[in-house]
Design a protein around this ligand. Structure first.
Ligand code: CTP
Length: 395
């Protein structure tokens, strides 16, 4: 999602760096808007480097882009940390004389404010009245932490820890309906080696699986992603197991099985692998048996996980995917129903991949079925469809 992080002029401004990093590491796009006074405490260069985005708090540059409106409309979430007493007063009064103030008036996104100041300033009637006004308007104002302040003094007024602000912000944007659940997701496409140079692979980009993993993480789940051949070094997920072949994926899924409540198998797994691996590159002059490669089947991981769950009397919810080439919706539904039955899983997400559609695209259109005969269609960005799938599972 697009997150705007507002930073105002207090000593705790340096802690905004950890908050910005938490958002970027979780895969979000971050735009930082410091106030002029924030830049007395922390440099724009630091904020740019950590957010991977330019920082220009001047309301009067790039005027043609109408920056405040663009930032306000684009934002899925705005967090102001630290928020000074002066900022709270200006925001409560609707003063929009800088980029942060005007962006806040131009947005409909949820806003989280994390105040930090001396206890006397926090407890002052003016500040408390401003906080009350903002809360009445739907702004989420965190209580400051109690502890050591800038000087020798201590009391309420410390900026809450960046991890707490991050968690509160994410919870504001997404329902935490998967909190306490452990979700295992497979993503990408397996590769079955033929010789040191070649492999049998498929066109899966992994985008749908990664989107589901990120969506589950945003909704409070503890997520493990088994990533097959995904090149991005950072996927924004805390627990990623890298695999390449179907056999490696099978081992990884089996290892994570016991510690999973929900298993979502979005990866495109090769149904076959080469019967034998050639240690040396196959030369044109010396082909493997008349230019053909003998194949043997891979284990159907999804089916084996369902069988294991059933034989061990476990409770995992298991979600399979289906890549089908159907000529219309009715045929897709029929193929999906057959695959759901055949795999024995609880949910099936069917894609119509006819004509190469969907692979590597950011957009998708799916049919989600459950084993009670209910179904729902979902289309749009893979991120959106990820949430629709989780909504359906949670329901
Ligand atoms: N799958 C799996 N192990 C395999 C093949 C597929 O776990 N060896 C899983 C995929 O992760 C997906 C589901 O099975 O969740 C369906 O994959 P798909 O390729 O659509 O179906 P197949 O089972 O391969 O059946 P077919 O190719 O006959 O359509």
């Amino acid at each position: 999602m697009h997150v705007v992080v507002g930073v105002t002029g207090g000593i705790a401004a340096y802690k905004a760096t950890s908050l910005i990093r938490a958002f970027t590491e979780a895969g979000h796009t971050v735009k930082v808007i410091p106030t002029a006074n924030a830049l007395r405490f922390i440099g724009a260069t630091t904020l740019e480097a950590l957010s991977h985005n330019t920082v220009d708090p001047d309301l009067y540059t790039d005027v043609a882009d109408v920056k405040h409106v663009q930032l306000g409309q684009e934002a899925d979430l705005i967090v102001v940390a630290p928020a000074t007493a002066s900022f709270l007063a200006r925001y409560a009064a609707g003063i929009a004389d800088d980029l942060l103030g005007s962006t806040l008036l131009a947005t409909t996104a949820p806003v989280l404010v994390a105040p930090a100041m001396h206890s006397e300033m926090w407890n002052h009637q003016a500040t408390q009245a401003n906080v009350k006004t903002l809360r009445e308007r739907g702004v989420d104002v965190l209580e400051p932490a109690v502890g050591r302040l800038t000087g020798e003094d201590s009391g309420p007024g410390r900026l809450p820890e960046p991890e707490e602000i991050f968690a509160a912000a994410i919870a504001l944007r997404y329902p935490q309906d998967l909190a306490g659940k452990r979700v295992l997701v497979t993503a990408g496409g397996t590769q079955e080696p033929v010789d040191p140079v070649r492999f049998l692979g498929n066109r899966s980009s992994g985008k749908q699986g990664v989107s589901i993993a990120l969506a589950a993480q945003a909704r409070g789940a503890e997520v493990t992603l088994i990533a097959a051949n995904l090149s991005e070094s950072s996927l924004g997920l805390r627990d990623v197991i890298r695999v390449s072949t179907a056999d490696q994926m099978l081992d990884a899924v089996n290892s994570a099985f016991d510690s999973s409540d929900i298993i979502i198998m979005a990866a495109a797994v090769a149904d076959f692998k080469a019967a034998s691996y050639e240690e040396s590159k196959i030369k044109k002059s010396n082909p493997v048996s008349n230019y053909s490669i003998d194949l043997v089947p891979n284990v159907d991981i999804l089916k084996s996980v369902v069988e294991r769950r059933n034989s061990e009397n476990k409770q995992q919810l298991i979600v399979g995917f289906a890549a089908e080439t159907a000529s219309n919706d009715a045929e897709l539904t029929k193929l999906a129903e057959i695959k759901l039955e055949n795999k024995g899983c609880d949910f099936l997400v069917a894609n119509n991949v006819a004509g190469g559609a969907i692979f590597n695209s950011d957009q998708t259109s799916v049919l989600i079925l459950n084993n009670r005969g209910e179904g729902v269609g979902a289309q749009g960005s893979k991120k959106l469809v990820a949430h629709e799938l989780l909504d359906f599972i949670v329901r």
